[in-house]
Design a protein around this ligand. Structure first.
Ligand code: UT7
Length: 334
C-alpha cells in the first residue's frame, strides 16, 4: 500500500454578485480601462456589498457549495482552516465564525495569515493533519473581502483587488494522488513594501490613523512586482526540479492572480504554454487568499484524475510558495 497522502476531494467557491468594472472605475478616478487591462489583466472584480457583511459571508457559501457537491454533512468535518488577511474581526478567528455559520459543530477551526500565499500555507498545514492519520476531513478555505481594506481614491491599488472565497476538502488517499510536495518561504524584510500601517498592536487605531488613511493597504507596487516575478517563478521551477517534473509532465499551473505579467513570467520560466495556465484575473482581480481555490473551482470540470498541478503564490510578508498536487478525481463527474 502506498503512503497516505491528503487528496483534494471537492472544491467549492463563492463570489458576490456586484461587478466593479474598469469602466466604473474610470468614472471614479483618473484611470482608463486600457491602462488597467494592459498593466494588470483585470477587467472587473466582484465586491461584497451590504451592511455588516464580512469575509465569513464569502467563506461560508464556498464551504456550503463544497459540502453539497461532496454530499456530506457539516458535522462530519474535523477541522476548518481559513486563510485570510481580512478577518471579520481580530478575534475570534473567521474560521470559527464560518464553522458556526455552516453547522460544523464537531470541527476545530483557526485562521492562517500569510497574505496572498495564505491558501498554500493553509493547504500544507491541513494536509499534515491528514497525513498524520489524526483527522479524516479537513476544509481549507481562502477568503478575503479586500474591498474592506482598499482606498478607492488610490488608483495604484484599488484597480487590482476584489472579493471572493474558494474552499477545498482534504481526505486521506492511498492511490498515489493528493498533495505530494510543497515549498513554502517567508522573508519579513519585505513587510515594508506591502502592509497595513495601523490597527495592529504596533499602532492601534486612533482618530489620527483614520485621518491618515492608515487602515488601508499600503503597497510599493513596482518593488512588490519585481520580487513577485522572481519569487513565484523561481520557487515553481525549484519544485519541478526537486521532483524531476518536466513541463510535459505538468497539466496545469494554478498561479496566484496578482498581475497577468507575473503569471506569464512564471509560466515562461516553467516552459508552459498559455493553454496550461489557469487565468481568471480578468473577472475577479486579486482576491488574495482566494485566487488559487477560485481557479480550481472554475476549472474543476476540466481536471482529470492523475493530472499534475503546480500551485504557486507570492504575497505580503513577503511570503511565497509552490505545491505539487496529483489530482484525485475526474472533475467532469461533478
Ligand atoms: O499579490 C501580491 C501583491 N501584488 C501586488 O501588489 C502587485 C504588484 N505590482 C503590480 O502589479 C504593478 O506594479 C502595478 C499594477 C501596481 C503597477 O504597474 P506598473 O507597471 O508597475 O506601473 P507604475 O507603478 O510604474 O506606474 C506607471 C505609471 C505612473 O505614472 P508616471 O509616474 O509614469 O507618470 C503611475 O502614476 O502609471 C501610473 N498609474 C496609473 N495610470 C492610470 C498607476 N496606476 C494607474 C492607474 N491608471 N490605475
Amino acid at each position: 500500500m502506498q503512503k497516505m497522502t491528503a487528496a483534494i476531494t471537492a472544491v467549492g467557491g463563492y463570489v458576490p454578485e456586484y461587478r466593479l468594472t474598469n469602466k466604473e472605475l474610470e468614472t471614479m478616478m483618473d484611470t482608463t480601462d486600457e491602462w488597467i487591462r494592459t498593466r494588470t489583466g483585470v477587467e472587473e472584480r466582484r465586491i461584497l456589498k451590504g451592511e455588516g457583511l464580512a469575509t465569513s459571508d464569502l467563506a461560508a457559501p464556498a464551504v456550503m457549495n463544497l459540502l453539497k457537491k461532496r454530499g456530506i454533512g457539516a458535522e462530519e468535518i474535523d477541522c476548518i482552516i481559513c486563510a485570510t488577511v481580512t478577518p471579520d474581526m481580530f478575534f475570534p478567528a473567521t474560521a470559527n465564525i464560518v464553522s458556526e455559520k455552516v453547522g460544523a459543530i464537531n470541527a476545530f477551526s483557526f485562521d492562517i495569515g500569510a497574505a496572498c500565499s495564505g491558501f498554500l500555507f493553509a493547504l500544507t498545514t491541513g494536509a499534515s493533519f491528514i497525513e498524520s492519520g489524526r483527522y479524516k476531513k479537513v476544509i481549507v478555505v481562502g477568503a478575503d473581502k479586500m474591498s474592506g481594506i482598499i482606498d478607492y481614491s488610490d488608483r495604484t491599488t484599488c484597480i487590482l483587488f476584489g472579493d471572493g472565497a474558494g474552499a477545498v476538502l482534504l481526505e486521506p488517499s492511498t492511490d498515489g494522488s493528493g498533495i505530494l510536495d510543497s515549498l513554502l518561504k517567508s522573508n519579513g524584510s519585505g513587510k515594508q513594501y506591502l502592509h497595513m500601517k495601523a490597527g495592529g498592536s504596533a499602532k492601534p487605531a486612533s482618530i489620527e490613523t483614520v485621518l491618515a488613511k492608515e487602515h488601508y493597504i499600503y503597497k510599493e507596487g513596482q518593488t512588490v512586482f519585481k520580487f513577485a516575478v522572481k519569487g513565484m517563478a523561481d520557487i515553481s521551477y525549484e519544485l519541478m526540479q526537486r521532483n524531476n517534473l518536466s513541463s510535459e509532465d505538468i497539466a496545469w499551473l494554478v498561479p496566484h492572480q496578482a498581475n497577468l505579467r507575473i503569471i506569464d513570467a512564471t509560466a515562461n520560466r516553467m516552459g508552459l504554454p498559455k493553454e496550461k495556465v489557469m487565468i481568471n484575473i480578468q473577472k475577479y482581480g486579486n482576491t488574495t487568499a482566494a485566487t488559487i481555490p477560485l481557479c480550481l473551482w472554475d476549472w474543476e470540470n476540466q481536471l482529470k484524475k492523475g493530472d499534475n498541478l503546480i500551485l504557486a503564490a507570492f504575497g505580503g510578508g513577503f511570503t511565497w510558495g509552490a505545491t505539487w498536487i496529483k489530482w484525485a478525481y475526474d472533475g467532469s463527474n461533478y
